[in-house]
Design a protein around this ligand. Sequence first.
Ligand code: KIV
Length: 294
Amino acid sequence: MSSAPRHNRKPVTLTKLHEMRALGEPIVMITAYDHPSAVVVEEAGVDVVLVGDSAANTVLGYDSTVPVTVDELLMLAAAVRRGLETPLLVGDLPFGSYEASDAQAIATAHRFVKEAGCDAVKLEGGGAMADRARAIVRAGVPVMGHVGLTPQTATALGGYRAQGRTAERARQVLDDALALQAAGCFSIVFEAIPAGVTDVIMQHMEIPVIGIGAGPSTDGQVLVLHDLLGIHDGFQPKFVKRYADVKALMKAGVKAYTEDVRRRAFPLAEHTYGIAPEELERLKEQLPPHRTTV
Ligand code: KIV
């Protein structure tokens, strides 16, 4: 038996995203990696939630997205699924889980749908990856593409830097986006692309484009939850706007707890369970007399 819905909003579908694009209604996408943050983004009313491979950095402590595994992301995605009712849930295919063949890409995409309850998957890159996207779409799983700065292959792109800053490189981004669109992707993420280049590419796009560091002309925006909330104070890309300083709040809370325990100011009576005095008496009567140590 399913529990009662927490609100009256209808689940966000692919059709809804296309309608929003047509109506010029900005699409809000955000990452989440666990159940409590899924509940927060659900209640805040976002449209799309991505369990990004950025989990590698934000919650798993790796120094890039390369090492994170399918199993690690599936566990996080399943926890997010349990906290969501409304937003479309997209699972990120991690590096090494889809590039080798169409069969590998389809098998991984199916795991995200069957084991974690994702509605769609995301993969990085154009070129041959457009073929992988096509294969996954044909196997029944909606695909979101990702062009521009693609962190899984950042080394090959010359590091974590904006892409498409020459006419030739911008043309490459456009070609990648068009290839993914032609492959049947329902949406594409544009990451770290000059706003002027985005403006030009947008004239050729017929599917919802979600930007991160790609300027204001995309159909929606995405940010990494931990960046916008300030849950960590590590490297912050130019395109991040910080809306809160949650790490400082968390640290203050844990410090206050530490100090309270050390000065015996916690727990107080209100944090403590009681027992009827007669029960306590009966317990004491059952015990042998106190032994004193010599
Ligand atoms: O992994 C991720 O968080 C992403 C977003 C930056 C789009 O791919």
